[in-house]
Ligand binder design. Structure first.
Ligand code: ATP
Ligand code: MG
Length: 735
């Protein structure tokens, strides 16, 4: 068989890894050195040369998007494509296992996935139910703690709290939350993994089956595995599995979520005979971009130390733009994208990367204004929108009446006269009788005395409505007549219309009613395009549960098909593993990136620096960095200083982009201690100078900062009060 396509396009070190004899391998290398390429080619090598059957291979990566890209690369590489291979994220794979072995995993067949937003709501109810003060035990933090414990493989009963009162209460919350999840048949993200791990430990026969099946385990982005994921791999590998991991300690960016970069070292200890292969040539970026990345990451201590070089061109220097504020920043970026598209034509080659989701809005506004197609990854995704979750909660209830999270959401959206007092009665009853809300409602109707007649009627019609909806969706078999379930899209349409949800959002005059209704219609469209994957079928999933799981797992991670020609917007975290010809790294300001919380803690600061390294190394040809001199954050205008990471890039690699006005001094040379600035070169301004502004009127300059184009003036206007203005844009006239 001709396998030259598998090895010809590799350098020696890459080829060594791809064609290595059986054994355990760690490929440790910097960004863009071909780790993911090596991993996919290794799969090709195993299946085509070593004749390993595809079903014996398990490939794991970090995000759904990365998994999608890995599949696309494999489809190119292997004649049979990805057929038979298992390629996915840890969560996706754990989910499928639990679907297939729900009974052995101690779950109800119709278990539902609880996304992080719903998880927080449930924790909130648990905290209230325990009579605890929400201010002392904020649900968000409690949920975070629960997830961390789960990530470490800990159940409530095996946590040592050593009589520490706060920890003891948190354990109590954890326990009560677990009970609530069990009653409702709900599984949160961390639970997916923990259950799947416990499945290995408690069911040796199942473990043996999978150890026998998946003899080749390949893991991308290994530096970001947490303790549980690592343990899961280790147990699955057993004595015979061959493990091939690729990673980069300089790109470990999930420490805050429990990832343990020490796993890289641990791997060499735990897997006997494991060999390390290092790759040193970068194929992604120009040498200027690579030099910038190297000089930033160099400042971190305790690195495993890898060299990275490129034979590529020097390329352009890195453009840095100091924007006046965040709107000016967005305007600049979109202007550059328009130029780029005009010259080269491809919007999808441009990426805007930011530290936090909230930054996307300004860019989105500008993109919309200029009619440029774009896609935001992460942030509030389609399946996370309130109206979509409302609609899905009805479907979830028809699938599983005990799904409390769905019950709480559906019961009063749209409002149907079931008030908080009524719900409190049901919640209390559910707690004392250890039942779901649904059962509590049934019990209350048959034997309760706490609810008034009106409230009872309202609850009753809700229950009847759900039962009827269920009958419409899946009519009970009737003699020998075959009755098939309603198609998924029709079920959803029915749920949206019959429950009054559509009407409710149509009448809802709070702003964007229209887009909410459009979203509901889009949900019907999405459902009509939905098809079961071979994996779903193998796991025995029918359409509705498969669709609901898909919605939960996709949430927070983009909307499936991504290869339209769109500008790509995402956080630095979700950009891991990806590459783009033109990258904008925006908001490089102290307090934003690095984030405020990280600047006081060396460990966190180093993680932020790795994030900067990830960001810089996403760029192939062109990197443009921006920062704003003032930014509206948390509702107030803040002055911002350029990020220290920017200062870590050698000035010789940087091209400062000047705004329209001439500047005579370098940007970073003591800009806060300048002589009095000037409006225009020929118009010196002194403190105390009277000026006039077209809209603010007359005022006095009371303070000044910066120099040249970056000069900012504080002017006390007689009518408009005090304002900070950028001299170059302010249109001031000296009187
Ligand atoms: P990251 O650390 O960002 O995940 P990586 O190490 O996984 O990066 P890849 O994404 O596999 O790197 O490769 C980076 C780019 O370099 C890709 O476009 C890939 O196709 C290309 N590349 C890798 N190796 C070679 C090679 N030997 N010849 C040509 N191009 C290569
Ligand atoms: Mg990669």
């Amino acid at each position: 068989m001709d396998v030259s396509h598998l090895i010809d396009s590799l350098n020696d070190a890459q080829r060594e890894a791809v064609c290595a004899p059986p054994g355990h391998y760690l490929v440790l290398a910097g960004a863009g050195s071909g780790k993911t390429r090596v991993l996919t080619h290794r799969i090709g090598w195993l299946t085509q040369v070593e004749r390993v059957p595809p079903w014996a291979i398990l490939a794991v990566t970090f995000t759904n998007k990365a998994a999608g890209e890995m599949r696309a690369r494999l489809d190119h590489l292997i004649p049979g494509g990805t057929q038979g291979l298992t390629v996915g994220t840890f969560h996706g794979i754990a989910h499928r296992l639990l679907r297939r072995h729900w009974r052995e995993a101690g779950l109800p067949e119709s278990f539902q996935i609880l996304d992080s937003d719903d998880q927080q709501r449930l924790v909130k109810r648990v905290v209230a139910g325990l009579g605890l003060d929400e201010a002392r035990f904020p649900p968000r933090q409690a949920a975070w703690q629960i997830n961390s414990w789960k990530d470490e493989g800990k159940r409530a009963e095996n946590i040592e709290h050593g009589q520490h009162p706060v920890t003891r209460t948190l354990v109590q919350i954890y326990q009560a939350y677990e009970d609530a999840c069990r009653r409702a048949g709900l599984v949160d993200f961390a639970e997916l993994l923990l259950r799947a791990h416990e499945l290995w430990l408690k069911q040796p026969a199942i473990l043996e089956h999978y150890q026998h099946r998946w003899r080749y385990l390949l893991i991308d982005e290994f530096q970001d595995t947490n303790a549980l994921q690592y343990a899961w791999i280790r147990v699955l590998a057993g004595q015979t599995g061959q493990v091939f991991v690729v990673g980069d300690d300089d790109q470990a960016i999930y420490g805050w979520r429990g990832a343990k970069v020490e796993n890289v070292q641990q791997f060499l200890r735990d897997f006997p005979g494991a060999r390390t292969i290092k790759l040193e040539q970068n194929y992604r970026s120009t040498s200027n971009i690579l030099k910038a990345a190297n000089s930033v990451i160099e400042r971190n201590g305790g690195r495993l130390g890898k060299q990275l070089w490129t034979a590529g061109e020097e390329g352009e220097r890195i453009a840095v733009y100091a924007a006046y504020n965040e709107q000016d920043e967005a305007r600049f970026v979109i202007e550059r994208i328009r130029e780029y598209i005009a010259e080269h034509g491809d919007a999808k080659d441009c990426a805007i990367l930011y530290r936090s989701n909230a930054q996307s809005r300004n860019f989105e506004e500008q993109l919309i204004q200029h009619d440029i197609p774009y896609r935001v990854y992460g942030g509030q995704r389609f399946f996370e929108r309130a109206e979509i979750k409302d609609a899905l909660s009805y479907l979830r209830l028809t699938a599983n009446r005990h799904d409390d999270a769905a019950f709480e959401r559906a019961v009063n959206t749209p409002p149907r006269g079931i008030g908080d007092r009524t719900l409190d009665v049901l919640r209390r009853r559910a707690r004392t009788e250890s039942t779901s809300m649904w059962e509590a409602a049934l019990n209350e109707l048959s034997s309760g005395s706490e609810l008034a007649g009106r409230a009872k009627n309202a609850v009753k019609s809700f229950l009847v409505m759900i039962d009827e909806m269920h009958r419409t969706f899946a009519p009970p078999a009737n003699g020998d007549e075959q009755v098939s379930a309603l198609p998924l899209a029709e079920q959803i349409d029915h749920a949206i219309v019959q429950t009054g949800l559509r009407d409710f959002y149509e009448k809802d005059s709070r702003g964007n009613a229209e887009s909410r209704v459009e979203n509901l219609d889009e949900l019907v469209n999405v459902a009509s395009r939905f098809e079961l994957t071979p994996d779903d079928i193998e796991a025995g999933l029918s359409e509705l549960p498969a669709f609901l799981s898909h919605a939960a797992l996709e949430a927070g991670e983009g909307q499936g098909e991504s290869w339209d020609n769109c500008v790509q917007l995402m956080t630095l975290h979700s950009a891991k593993g990806l590459e783009f010809p033109l990258v904008f790294l925006v908001g490089l300001e102290e307090g934003l990136f690095p984030s405020q919380r990280s600047v006081e803690d060396e460990g966190r600061l180093e993680e932020e620096r790795r994030l900067a390294y990830v960001g810089i190394t996403r760029a192939r040809e062109r990197l443009i960095i921006t920062h704003a001199e003032s930014r509206r954050m948390h509702g107030t205008e803040m002055l911002a200083r350029p990020s220290r990471f920017l200062g870590e890039v050698p000035p010789s690699l940087i091209d400062e982009v000047r705004p329209r006005v001439q500047v005579s001094r370098p940007l970073y040379a003591g800009r806060f201690a300048e002589p009095p600035p000037s409006l225009k070169e020929d118009q010196p301004v002194k403190l105390g100078q009277r000026v006039t502004h077209p809209s603010f009127g007359e005022g006095v300059v009371v303070s000044a900062e910066g120099s040249g184009a970056h000069t900012r003036l504080q002017v006390n206007f007689e009518g408009a009060g005090s304002k900070w203005l950028v001299a170059a844009y302010a249109n001031l006239t000296v009187l």
